[in-house]
Ligand binder design. Sequence first.
Ligand SMILES: Nc1ncnc2c1ncn2[C@@H]1O[C@H](COP(=O)(O)OP(=O)(O)O)[C@@H](O)[C@H]1O
Ligand SMILES: [Mg+2]
Length: 359
Amino acid sequence: MTEQLQVAVLYGGKSTEHEVSIHSAQTVCEQLLKNARYRVLPIFISREGHWFLQEVCGAATPADQPITPVISPQGSLYLPQRQEFLSPDIYFPVLHGTNGEDGTIQGLLESLDVPYVGCGVLASAMGMDKEVAKILAWKRGIPVLPYKKLSRGIAYDKAALEAWAVQTGLPVFVKPVRLGSSVGVTKVKSTAALHQAIEFALRFDTDVLVEKGVESPQEVFCALLGEGEELLSSQCGELKSLAGEFFDYQAKYITAGGCETRVPADLPKETLAQLRQYSEIIFKALRGSGLARVDFLVGKDGKAWFSEINTIPGLSMTSLYPQLFEASGVSYAQVLERLIELARRNWEQRRSISLERVG
Ligand SMILES: Nc1ncnc2c1ncn2[C@@H]1O[C@H](COP(=O)(O)OP(=O)(O)O)[C@@H](O)[C@H]1O
Ligand SMILES: [Mg+2]
């Protein structure tokens, strides 16, 4: 029998997307367990940032055991109750948003010197920052929407911003720079509502974007798997919001039937091919590895804009990422296998780097 791999699935987390992460992780664990090659260690991270080893992936139960990441030659996880160390073969962060998708957990995993799934520190951090991702896309010739950035504690000229919003064309969207799941996002239809929306978004981040709105856009998504020359992009799909005015948290996760997926998206073949190409370009520019989902907004005039990249996209059965690959002939099982293979390969690459000064 081939070697069994122990996969530590990290989920929950200190993030506004805590619950979304639990849903994603439940599916990841279920899918991993279908393959006899994998053993799963579900590790729940509480909202306070405490780690617990669980028997079954889900929200915390009284049977959970505290577990601590440690830099130790005996193993990278310590169970104080059992005074025991564990050394999972692979770590799989299934954490969305802050403290998970933004390079922080990736930095910890690098310090622990363990293989982990997905983008590294830099790609995660750049992908999480909507402005940095936009700058990279723009540098590669990919259209991005005009925006203004504002920061907590720095006064801005209200009249000038209002004038910009009017000139750009209302509505504008106000959003935190580093967040997801539409948390803190407001569609602003009048200049009077602008400043309150900014204040609201600033509750969730220290920086916010005020971005030109696309009127009733088509929201189009492309999933990516792999890296470099071996990068695979899925067909582009679209999601229709059936409930609200835009994809707010409610439409995404709460309203049953709040959205509808269509793969391929209802767009001309050339546009679909171009968005797929854009996705690959952005992922490579970011130095991405493993997985990501790239999101676009397409206007009524057919013009497409890069919106954002998610380096740990939703992975539940109803999430776009698995659906996009399924529709492209790549099963969930194949996605997981590829991600784990890449995690190990990248770890070996990192380890082969010389830390000795020559000469
Ligand atoms: N410039 C925009 N024009 C039109 N709709 C937008 C724009 N920006 C955001 N939205 C709407 O808000 C949703 C969430 O915004 P997004 O930038 O994707 O942030 P998040 O990271 O929270 O998903 C989008 O899916 C879309 O429905
Ligand atoms: Mg989004």
